[in-house]
Design a protein around this ligand. Structure first.
Ligand code: 5GP
Ligand code: MN
Length: 346
């Protein structure tokens, strides 16, 4: 039997808020990934089954790989349609915040979200949830918001309303946030949920191919270039780093998502416990980190790169040049060494 959430009071409150609301918005974090889009589209599908319309708003563009998801239609990208997004948020009576913990994770929409008179529900699995929502179901021990959302639906007695499209969305988020069940995936309940989703008719292989095995030629070449020419490794310090400049990205006609998964690659090297990828953006550097075992990349990102995340998958931003960001990372190698030793040799 699947372990219940023990959130009866919050589930009651959520059911009441949904029943009382007419203009419901589902909102995700910036650069929405499979878990963000999956949870938003699954939520909308299930709400449709009970006669509730939901408008999905994303702060900026989603990865191309997610557009193949059957539920990923009619999503308002606030960067392309700022006025419509503003109208929806301003007029909403309920905003459901999915897969993010703090209002600042919605970027340019932060002010609108904070000022909106709508009541707010947060359903998320990141550490340290903020206090901006009226009802928060936050479970950092769970590997994806989609997995959590499945349990929320069950708690709301909406299991039967999870149709094939919602099931595909949920499985997409569960797979993308665990690298196809290769990390954060030891909870036996995950596989009970997968089993239920398969019974609802999802094509697991099709989702796997779309999310993990579909790359443009440019993307394959950019990743090969990064591994061959740009990977630095410090085996005695357990660290690896890849940097890519704007010029290098342009050379391979980079589009969003082309370097997805690149930061994980160096963790394959025996002895490497944490890995960083620094990508030059316009005016800042996007930071992405991954780690093994107990090495807390979220702390590293929070203390030095204005970010945060999970213990083994975190990110942030650096206001400065790519070289300065790389120099900062390298300057921390010695300090991190004790962290690395205690994380791995306990
Ligand atoms: P990614 O490396 O895939 O961009 O992000 C991995 C994880 O790090 C995300 O799921 C999120 O939890 C966290 N993360 C990424 N970028 C940021 C950021 O700018 N700020 C914060 N607080 N967390 C981030
Ligand atoms: Mn997630």
């Amino acid at each position: 039997m699947i372990a219940p959430l023990n959130e009866d009071k919050n589930l009651h409150a959520i059911r009441r808020l949904i029943d009382e609301s007419e203009r419901i918005v589902a909102l995700t974090h910036m650069s929405p990934d499979g878990d963000a889009i999956g949870s938003a589209t699954a939520f909308r599908s299930v709400m449709e089954q009970i006669g509730k319309d939901v408008q999905i708003i994303i702060p900026d563009m989603m990865l191309a790989s997610l557009r193949s998801l059957p539920g990923a239609r009619d999503i308002t990208d606030a960067t392309r349609y700022p006025e419509f997004a503003e109208k929806l948020i301003t007029e909403a009576d309920l905003i459901v915040c999915l897969d993010f913990n703090e209002s600042k994770r919605v970027g340019k929409l932060t002010g609108l979200l904070e000022q909106s008179k709508a009541r707010k529900i947060l359903i998320d699995h990141h550490l340290n949830p903020g206090t901006f929502a009226d009802v928060a179901i936050s479970h950092p021990e769970m590997s994806s918001t989609c997995f959590l959302l499945f349990k929320v639906f069950c708690g709301l007695e909406l299991f039967s309303e999870i149709n094939k499209q919602a099931a595909e969305s949920i499985l997409t988020g569960m797979m993308t946030d665990t690298g196809n069940f290769s990390y954060n995936a030891a909870d036996p309940d995950i596989y009970v949920v997968v089993s239920e989703l398969l019974k609802k008719g999802v094509d697991k292989e099709k989702i796997y191919r779309a999310q993990f095995e579909t790359h443009s030629l440019n993307s394959l070449r950019l990743n090969a270039y990064a591994m061959l020419k740009k990977l630095e490794v410090w085996p005695d310090k357990g660290a690896a780093l890849i940097t890519l400049t704007r010029d290098e990205l342009n050379r391979f006609h980079y589009t969003k998502g082309d370097t997805e998964g690149l930061v994980n690659k160096a963790l394959a090297i025996p002895g490497v416990v944490y890995s960083a990828f620094l990508r030059e953006e316009d005016g800042y550097v996007k930071v992405s980190m991954r780690s093994l075992d107990k090495f807390p990349v979220n702390e590293l990102c929070r203390e030095h790169f204005s970010g945060g995340g999970h213990i083994n998958a975190a990110g942030g931003e650096f206001n400065g040049t790519l070289e300065e960001a790389a120099a900062l990372f390298r300057s921390l190698l010695d300090t991190n060494k004790s962290l690395y030793l205690s994380a791995t040799h306990k």
